[in-house]
Design a protein around this ligand. Structure first.
Ligand code: HEM
Length: 193
């Protein structure tokens, strides 16, 4: 797992639990990694999971709550790290449609060591999609947190739920509530013209 993700975790833990909280966590957790985490590094995914488990135990929360809050916190930093890739992805739906082809594929090209989750999208209707997540890690609450973060980023909350699980892969139903509003504006415009 890329160091960038560990750095985002550090930022989240320090923001939520205090400026030394991440260092304390690292010191109190048995990790394969001995050197400090740096963005370009690549580290065992087990170390990330061990840090999450330790944080949950230390701060009286659940893995689900923790990963979801982490995803929400991390999304703006991820989006700001790739400004040119974000260009043209003007709505949550456009963004999710481009997540694999525009974002994660580019991430893999820029850094051959990076292996982000795979996503595909199936259109359900004008107001919703199915988002299929494929990964060896089954980090479903992290995906839910990223979806919350997308809602914040575009200032348009999304409804989403995990509707299918196949081992470590999963499918989310994502609804775009603002779609209804766009529809009614279109109706008003038609009436006016
Ligand atoms: C502009 C936005 C994004 C960027 C730049 C980005 C980049 C990355 C990078 C660098 C990794 C680490 C890969 C590795 O350690 O090998 C990663 C992992 C991941 N990404 Fe993204 N990502 C973005 C948005 C998203 C969104 C919106 C979602 C979900 C809706 C998502 C889901 C994940 C998940 C779940 C992982 C963890 C690995 C796994 O579960 O297999 N990412 N991403």
């Amino acid at each position: 797992m890329k160091g960038a993700i560990f750095k985002l975790l550090e930022d989240f833990v320090d923001t939520r639990f205090g400026p030394d909280a991440f260092d304390e966590l690292v010191e109190s957790t048995e990790l394969e990694t001995v050197e400090p985490f740096v963005g370009p590094g690549n580290y065992p995914p087990g170390d990330l999971l061990a840090l999450v488990a330790a944080a949950v135990a230390a701060h009286d929360t659940t893995v689900e709550q923790f990963l979801r809050a982490f995803g929400r916190h991390a999304f703006p930093s991820l989006a700001r790290s790739v400004p040119t890739l974000m260009e043209g992805l003007d709505t949550p739906r456009a963004f999710l449609g481009g997540l694999e082809s525009m974002i994660h594929t580019e991430v893999r090209k820029l850094d051959p060591e990076a292996d982000p989750a795979r996503f595909t999208v199936t259109d359900v209707d004008e107001g919703s999609i199915l988002l299929h997540y494929r990964s060896p890690f089954g980090l479903f609450p992290l995906v839910e947190g990223f979806l919350d973060g997308i809602g914040d980023w575009y200032e348009t909350p999304l409804d989403h739920e995990l509707v299918e699980v196949d081992q470590t892969n999963g499918t989310f139903l994502v609804r775009f509530p603002d779609h209804a509003m766009t529809g009614s504006i279109a109706v008003v415009d038609t009436v006016r013209s």
